[in-house]
Design a protein around this ligand. Structure first.
Ligand code: HEC
Ligand code: HEC
Length: 297
């Protein structure tokens, strides 16, 4: 029912003249500033439709006269990133690990890439940050079984240790001799040489057994671990892979039970040959990263 517009007595606002069961509609127009903004947004959307992708049309959409697309923008950005990476990778491919280390930019790139690749491929055995675990040597220290120069580390990662690879380090299946299992030493002698190693490390040990153990050591262990038990730290013992027995960083454990176990049953850690699995540029970055973890030489 439409009546004539009139003033509402209570609010003093004009009504629209519409009335429903005694309820009358007040005529409160929208504020001007609100209306203008509203018109501007409509105008803007029209401009937008013309220039940018807007309306879905079945399997396609209106592309807009600019031809802009978010996907293309991503493709472009990816291509840019790849080109930047490609520049570094080409340089890395052409340089030795040593030369990479001397180039500040390349070094930073290799360290970042090396860290990611280390976490993906190596941390499972060597621990995050290369701190090592039982049976897996620490890479963040300055004890190197097979040499700690960039070239040594690169070679070790490429060809592995006791791995199925013509240029691997060591010999497959051969490591620390199983003196007990192979019947070379009896239990008493093993006990004695273990006490001797404890004494070398300043740990509580039986002096009489340790003295006898020194002889056992000299007769059986010097060839690989050196006269002073310095193992691979000695310049002439770097191609045997026998660790120093005077160290805080034991691979297999420096307590009495672990020592007896190692000497009785031997050990032969295997490290995969990564050249079979990773690109050469990746291995170079890993070598840079590992070399910088701790005491690279
Ligand atoms: C399956 C376990 C395993 C994985 C994975 C592994 N390693 Fe090893 N790695 C070993 C073992 C075991 C040794 C020690 C072998 C030995 O007794 O000489 C070793 C030794 C090394 C050494 C020699 C250390 C020294 O003192 O000379 C380097 C360097 C090394 N690993 C780097 C790497 C890198 C880099 C990766 C990842 C690409 C990696 N390793 C992944 C098991 C592993
Ligand atoms: C043929 C060379 C060779 C001889 C001889 C040898 N070792 Fe070893 N030893 C090794 C190698 C190689 C390893 C490292 C094995 C590994 O990490 O997988 C090793 C590891 C060890 C370890 C473990 C070190 C650690 O960090 O956990 C102990 C302990 C050890 N040897 C003691 C001895 C004693 C004692 C003798 C003499 C009775 C001896 N070895 C004789 C090659 C030898």
């Amino acid at each position: 029912m439409a009546n004539k517009p009139e003033k509402d007595a209570l609010s003093g606002v004009e009504t629209t003249g519409h009335e429903w069961d005694g309820l009358r509609e007040l005529n409160n127009p929208l504020p001007k500033w609100w209306l203008y903004i509203f018109y501007v947004t409509i105008a803007w959307s029209l401009v937008y439709y013309v220039f940018y992708p807007a309306w879905p049309l079945g399997t396609t959409y209106t592309k807009g006269v600019l031809g802009w697309s978010q996907r293309e923008e991503i493709v472009e950005k990816l291509a840019e990133a790849k080109a930047a990476q490609g520049k570094f990778l080409t340089a890395i491919a052409a340089k030795s690990v040593d030369e990479i280390q001397k180039d500040k930019e390349l070094l930073a790139f290799a360290m970042a890439g090396g860290r990611t690749m280390f976490n993906e491929n190596c941390a499972a055995c060597h621990g995050a940050g290369g701190q090592g675990a039982k049976g897996f040597p620490a890479l963040a220290d300055d004890v190197w079984l097979w040499g700690g120069t960039t070239a040594d580390i690169y070679q070790t990662i490429r060809h592995g240790i006791r791995a199925d690879d013509a240029e691997t380090r060591g010999v497959v299946g051969i490591g620390m001799t199983a003196f007990g299992r192979d019947g070379i030493l009896d239990r008493t002698q093993i006990d004695q040489v273990a006490e001797y190693i404890l004494s070398l490390n300043g740990k509580p040990s039986d002096a009489t057994k340790a003295a006898a153990g020194k002889t056992v050591y000299e007769e059986n262990c010097v060839a690989c671990h050196g006269e002073k038990a310095e193992g691979s730290l000695a310049a002439d013992l770097t191609d045997i892979g026998a660790p120093p027995l005077i160290t805080a960083n034991w691979i297999w454990g420096g307590d009495k039970a672990s020592l007896v176990e190692t000497i009785t049953n031997g050990r032969a850690g295997v490290m995969p040959n990564w050249a079979a699995r990773l690109e050469d540029t990746t291995i170079k970055q890993l070598a840079v990263y590992v070399h910088n973890l701790g005491g690279g030489k």
